[in-house]
Write a protein that binds this ligand. Sequence first.
Ligand SMILES: Cc1ncc(COP(=O)(O)O)c(C=O)c1O
Length: 386
Amino acid sequence: MVPLGIYLDNAATSFPKPEPVCQGVAEYLKTACASLSRGSHRGAVQVEEMFLETRSLLGELFNVKPEHINRIVFASGATEALNTAVQGLLKPGSHVITSGIEHNALWRPLKMLEREGIVELSVIPCPEGHALDPEELANALRDNTALVAVTHASNVTGAIQPIPQIGQICREAGIPLLVDGAQTGGVYPIDVDGWNISLLAFTGHKGLMGPQGTGGLYIGPELELKPLKYGGTGSASLPHEMPAWLPDRFEAGTPNGPGIAGLRAAVKFIIAEGLEQIRRHELELAAMLQQGLAEIPGVTVYGPADPAAKVPIVSCNVGGVDSEEVAYVLDEVYDIQVRAGLHCAPQAHRALGTLDQGAVRFSIGYFNTKEQIDAVLEVVEVIARG
Ligand SMILES: Cc1ncc(COP(=O)(O)O)c(C=O)c1O
């Protein structure tokens, strides 16, 4: 692998990872000698404790009640978590409300259920990639609405959805709220208990700064879901059915021990640094980048103008140039890594009117610096001049 120059693709996966994360994975591989719940020897107990500690740390970060820590079940990422939630909860005849800026990780399972005639879908528009209007969402509720499922922040424009207000609407209507926290975990506060979130999908490798292949789903105690995967759990092997208790019910198969060891170190790192400090730093750089880009003639910046209304994602285009071409030049000529195209979120690009051109997405991480943002702005100015 070659070392990268200026990495601004943290919304895809954060990089670099904090040193303790790398050490956590390496140490696990060197010392752990057991699979979770697959034995009673000391090694197995240590792994069990490590998993439990990681659930507790995540619970602390997301404000999950301590008695519900075991309701945080691990998955390979937000995609698996969202599929577990949607496919496990929805029954024929259900109505679901979602938004017009969803990532395919939520959009595709919902559209699959719609295609199969299992659910009816209402999509609340997010004009120009901004947040939805909670009143419009409230007006879309029906007698058979079984789920409100929305992303916490768009991975294209960064727009943060008003989850506290949406949670309040769901609380009053008695409808579960599924939040896709892939872009906010470790980047922006998430309050499961305070915001009435029934299902929270998260991924470990983006803002949480952990390894790829990690993530999970919080499942509220009021919900009964069918598991997505069936198999051995190491506990209660005799019955033909999956155990009724969590997390075992949703964790069939040998889990990603090295990944969870890295995730534990990552969440510890975030808690020690402080989410406010991380947010402050990333917001400062995002504001600098957004303002600088908006001042370059020919550059169009998308989404909310106020960086505080967004996670640290700034998407733009340079005139009519194909976004992939701009990203290619940034990488090849200037050693700046970004993501172009449709970002697995065609609905968001439909809202922006960029389905053909895509967009150049700069996504900031905790280890980016002001000097890097200055350098990027100089380069974009050169590219925009042609
Ligand atoms: C908003 C959003 N949801 C879900 C996902 C899927 O996450 P993962 O690839 O970890 O499954 C992503 C990743 O890009 C995302 O940005």
